[in-house]
Write a protein that binds this ligand. Structure first.
Ligand SMILES: [Zn+2]
Length: 334
């Protein structure tokens, strides 16, 4: 057992650990029924480094669904295995995903407004870190939902396009005059090459991140940028306070800034800026490789122990201390 202090919490299938609204509970039940009736197929998943090895950290997610999470001993990446097959994932995203995760079947005005505000902060941080401006540039948002993130870019003179598997959210964005495609990043090829591609809380959903990054690289201009946000492993305590609340069946891989940078370096991207929450901007072009290995595995394990121990009042500040030590190491590396 990994978590010696509270071993059973992560291994027993139980009621959801998060409060659910009526529509969320109904969608969760519908998904469970679909699983039981064989509507969804599962497949084993190796780590992105190719290893099939790993430490089993948990057998359930925050919704009480049967989700096995492994930590790779070779590179420190966490993964869900088995997971939904690509076809089953498409079905899940087009049917129950939004309702289980957001409690709403279609995008609301408030959701779209939040997306626009989020888009402003993305635009600010991109402009702050690239040479020149983005007037006339093509911008793609992959996994755009209703596409609100693209609005501030459009207002800045960019040509904006998005794609998503959730048809009902796309309809809302189209009603706002956005050009949004139903499907994955390949659907954006028809719009030429982009200066900026946005992946906001999307990369962790890809069954094959390496293949997707190769595709995204082909969609980018030679001097293009890839903006990535995802829930960073070393930020779990700040957001969730509990590793169990962080786990969800749609997240197939979990990254630290180092493991993400290593993956991106392999795909031909170099880090421009990045934080452990994770928010990061990468520039197309090869730089030096980023080494991760057993050391990263040990750091992640150490951090997750500290998060679990912080459930005891006496250790409640331990994760911040561990994260600070780890953060110092990263600053030194870059
Ligand atoms: Zn690995």
């Amino acid at each position: 057992m990994f978590f010696c202090s509270y071993p059973t919490r992560f291994y027993s299938l139980d009621a959801p650990s998060v409060p659910l609204t009526g529509p969320q509970a109904a969608a969760l039940e519908r998904f469970r029924t679909g699983m039981n009736e064989g509507l969804y197929a599962l497949e084993p998943a190796p780590c992105i480094c190719g290893s099939e090895d790993g430490v089993l950290l948990a057998r359930r997610d925050r919704y009480g669904l049967e989700v096995d999470t492994y930590l790779c001993r070779h590179c420190g990446v966490l993964r869900t295995s088995p997971r939904l097959s690509p076809e089953s994932l498409s079905r899940f995203y087009d049917s129950d995903y939004r309702e289980i995760y957001g409690g709403e079947e279609t995008a609301s005005d408030a959701f779209f407004a939040e997306q626009i505000a989020h888009g402003r902060s993305i635009l600010d941080s991109v402009l702050h870190n690239i040479a020149g401006d983005l007037a006339g540039a093509v911008v793609f948002d992959v996994g755009c939902g209703a596409g609100g993130v693209l609005i501030p870019f459009r207002e800045s003179g960019c040509l904006v396009y998005g794609c998503d598997h959730g048809g009902r959210y796309l309809e809302y964005g189209r009603s706002q005059g956005l050009r949004l495609e139903h499907g994955g990043a390949a659907e954006l090829k028809q719009h030429g090459k982009a200066k900026v591609v946005i992946l906001s809380h999307v990369l962790e959903h890809f069954p094959d991140p390496r293949a997707e990054l190769a595709l995204l690289s082909s969609l980018l201009e030679d001097d293009g940028y890839l903006y990535i946000e995802l829930p960073g492993v070393f930020n779990i305590h700040n957001v969730y306070r509990d590793f169990l609340l962080y786990l969800q069946n749609a997240h197939l891989y979990h990254f630290t800034l180092s493991t993400l940078s290593s993956l991106l370096a392999d795909a031909g991207f170099q880090l421009v800026f990045g934080y452990e929450n994770v928010v990061a901007l990468f520039k197309k072009g090869s730089g030096r490789p980023v080494q991760v290995g057993k050391r990263e595995y040990a750091k992640v394990l150490c951090y997750l122990y500290s998060v679990e121990l912080s459930r005891l009042a006496i250790f409640r500040k331990l994760p911040q201390l561990v994260a600070r030590i780890i953060g110092w190491t990263y600053k030194r590396a870059w």
